[in-house]
Design a protein around this ligand. Structure first.
Ligand code: SAM
Length: 415
């Protein structure tokens, strides 16, 4: 194909949304992963990685278009960069690479890109999360990690994974991490074994520390050590990183030689929820009987419990004298003051019953406010499905916390 200067000038204007329109790119429930190949191809023109995805990407392209051959003429892709008209494009001149496993909506990707990282591979099997990911990063993640051909995972500096935690039933007869076969972390170990990333960056709920009689965590650490990593771990709280949310998560860091020093991570004062709220919106006020406490005490965590919805008091199965507590047993019945921080947003609360007392009134946090107290900026594009939006944000990570860890990973481990 001959390219004139004029063609180049026109093609230079190509934006991701135009390519999508031309190719009728639309994430469907299609399990073929064609779009993962195509978008991973388009995202990696300059680093040699696009080769891995080229054949399938070409096929997808050829089936749909024969004019503008940006895929089947790879040289074109080199001269004519795509304008990533997505809110969170990769950095222009990255200084390290990473992969995003169990990617969710990209809570690792945003802060690591901000630190100069180029994401070269993502995997996430939930269709709605894939849609959110594509809208914000211009990349469709590959699907089920248990079916992944690890040959298509490119080499990378940092492996990031906020994996779901599962109990191990270890036979003890297998060699090394093979005894975790059948669990999700097994697939992470396989990728680590194959690519030996400089850094392994894992995140999980605090409960991982105690999970399965503490066996889960110690097995993970043992296997990372067997894979040649020096491992450090610490439970961190989002509220120490400028967010008004009491969200504790365990972070596990592995490096081939250096023990990561968590004490160097910079922390901030706990902010209060009221600093993160909208003044005006279509708020949903609580219009049912509720009780506001006269005395609202700040707990050490920064939470200020303000009251509760007057649900019926349960008598059955409740210890005598504690019946009134049954009202506040469930989080959706509790009301927190915006003078303090908010409890951790859970992924199960898909109708968003997060009640707050603000300026003397009780209302729900809005979806936008939920994303904000997780560190997602208002530029982050939300999909059009409320219950999935609540699930996605509850599953995600606190962005400034990941960024603060990322800053120290760069300083201590990627020198
Ligand atoms: C705790 S969330 C991680 C969220 C992510 N860190 C973020 O910032 O949004 C775990 C994610 O793993 C995904 N997942 C679970 N099993 C998976 C599998 N077998 N293959 C790929 N993704 C999987 C879930 O859909 C979920 O989005």
């Amino acid at each position: 194909m001959q390219i004139t200067l004029f063609d180049s000038a026109i093609l230079y204007m190509i934006r991701y949304s135009e390519i999508k329109k031309k190719l009728k790119v639309e994430i469907s429930n299609d399990k073929s992963e064609d779009l993962a190949y195509l978008t991973h191809y388009l995202q990696n023109p300059k680093n040699g990685i696009s080769k891995i995805f080229e054949n399938r990407a070409k096929q997808y392209y050829q089936d749909r278009n024969d004019e503008l051959n940006i895929v089947s003429e790879p040289e074109l892709q080199m001269i004519l960069p795509i304008k990533w008209d997505v809110p969170f494009p990769s950095p222009e001149n990255p200084d390290f690479t990473f992969i995003d496993l169990f990617a969710g909506i990209g809570g690792f990707r945003i802060p690591l890109q901000e630190l100069g990282g180029k994401c070269v591979f993502s995997s996430e099997f939930n269709f709605h999360a894939q849609r959110a990911y594509e809208l914000n990063f211009g990349e469709v993640p590959f699907g089920d990690i248990t079916e992944l051909d690890i040959e298509i995972v490119p080499k990378h500096d940092i492996l990031c994974a906020g994996f779901p935690c599962q109990p191990f039933s270890i036979s003890g007869k297998m060699k090394g991490f093979e005894d975790t076969r059948g669990t999700l972390i097994y697939h992470v170990f396989k990728i680590i074994e194959r690519h030996q990333p400089k850094v392994v960056f894992l995140e999980n709920v605090k409960h991982l520390v105690y999970h399965d009689g503490k066996k889960t965590l110690s097995t993970i650490i043992k296997h990372l050590e067997e894979l040649g990593y020096v491992v450090s771990k610490k439970v961190l709280n989002a509220s120490d990183f400028g967010l008004p949310q009491n969200r504790e998560r365990i972070i596990i860091i592995g490096h081939k030689k250096i023990k990561f020093d968590f004490s160097k991570i910079e922390k901030k004062e706990k902010p209060s929820l009221k600093e993160f709220l909208d003044d005006e919106n279509d708020f949903e006020f609580l219009d049912e009987p509720h009780t506001i406490l006269d005395e609202q005490k700040r707990q050490d965590s920064g939470l200020v419990f303000a009251g509760y919805r007057n649900k019926t008091i349960r008598k059955a199965g409740v210890r005598p004298g504690t019946e009134h507590l049954s009202r506040v047993h469930k989080q959706p019945n509790r009301i927190y003051s915006t003078e303090g921080v908010h409890p951790a947003l859970p992924s199960q609360e898909i109708s968003g019953r997060f009640w707050i007392l603000h300026n003397g009134k009780v209302r729900k946090l809005t979806i936008q406010e939920c994303y904000r107290i997780m560190g997602f900026s208002d530029e982050f594009k939300l999909i059009n499905n409320k219950s999935e939006l609540y699930k996605q944000i509850g599953n995600s990570v606190a962005i400034p916390m990941i960024k603060a860890v990322g800053i120290e990973i760069k300083r201590q481990l990627l020198k």
